[in-house]
Design a protein around this ligand. Structure first.
Ligand code: PGA
Length: 242
């Protein structure tokens, strides 16, 4: 891993945006894996700033999100599509036709899982995957457990994850119980991973992910098997690695 530690979140967000800008300048038709959650929000803000300054275009980029809740359609205010729209899509020139997010609101969810997985397969390797980590060690929605799936699949969200994510909903009951997520294999096939974690509460799980034994009980540890992970941490999240 290429470890980069920043004194402030703003600095981290800016440097992560500059790193992605570099990748897009080198390859304008970049295949970009995107993540929801608070970790990449500052990066998205800085990408919008670069776009507004005329220093970055997403015209030829294609995006693929990691996951989506089962049961929420694109228009649902708490869907990941709306999250992405609010923080990134509606502010930039990424072609709607080139935005890919699993559709969590279809009659045949298994069919949607297969469609998304084969889309990732057909379109080849992602060039860059943006990634955070859950407090329980999940990446995407690959939850800790004895078995992990390589491919896109339906996951039952842990109570821990539902509680953490209930901050985006009115009540815990509203948080969907299932989601579609890229599998560990889909994520690890990306040529480069830009990993972001912030805050001291993430320091222990970040330490485990990068220094602990590779273990399905902490899916983030599988990142140790990838040869090109840029790890962007603030001082708090980096505490366990010092
Ligand atoms: P966060 O979520 O960025 O909001 O901490 C990360 C995750 O759950 O993967």
């Amino acid at each position: 891993m290429n470890l980069r530690i920043f004194e402030s979140e703003i600095e981290l967000d800016w440097e992560a945006a500059k790193a992605l800008q570099f990748e897009i300048k080198n390859k304008p038709n970049l295949k970009l894996g995107l993540a929801t959650g608070m970790s990449p929000v500052g990066l998205y803000r800085e990408l919008v700033n670069l776009y507004n300054a005329g220093e970055l275009s997403f015209r030829d980029v294609t995006s693929y999100n990691l996951d989506e809740y089962v049961g929420l359609d694109r228009e649902h205010p708490y869907s990941f599509f709306q999250f992405m729209n609010q923080h990134l899509f509606k502010h930039i020139d990424l072609d709607e036709e080139r935005i890919h997010i699993p559709n969590g609101c279809v009659e045949d969810v298994e069919k949607e899982v297969k469609r998304y997985n084969s889309l990732l397969g057909q379109e080849g390797q992602l060039d860059v995957q943006i990634l955070g980590i859950g407090l329980n060690g999940h990446i995407g929605f690959n939850e800790p457990g004895e078995t992990l799936s390589a491919d896109t699949h339906i996951v039952t969200l842990s109570e821990h994850t539902r509680k953490v994510n209930s901050k985006y909903f009115n009540t815990l009951e509203e948080v969907p119980k299932k989601a579609i997520t890229m599998g560990i294999g889909n994520i690890l096939r990306a040529k480069k991973i830009i990993f972001i974690a912030k805050g001291e509460e993430k320091s222990e799980i970040v330490r485990q992910a990068f220094k602990g034994p590779v273990d399905p009980n902490c899916p983030g540890t599988f990142l140790q098997l990838h040869g090109n992970v840029d790890v962007f941490l603030d001082l708090g999240a980096a505490k366990g690695l010092a």
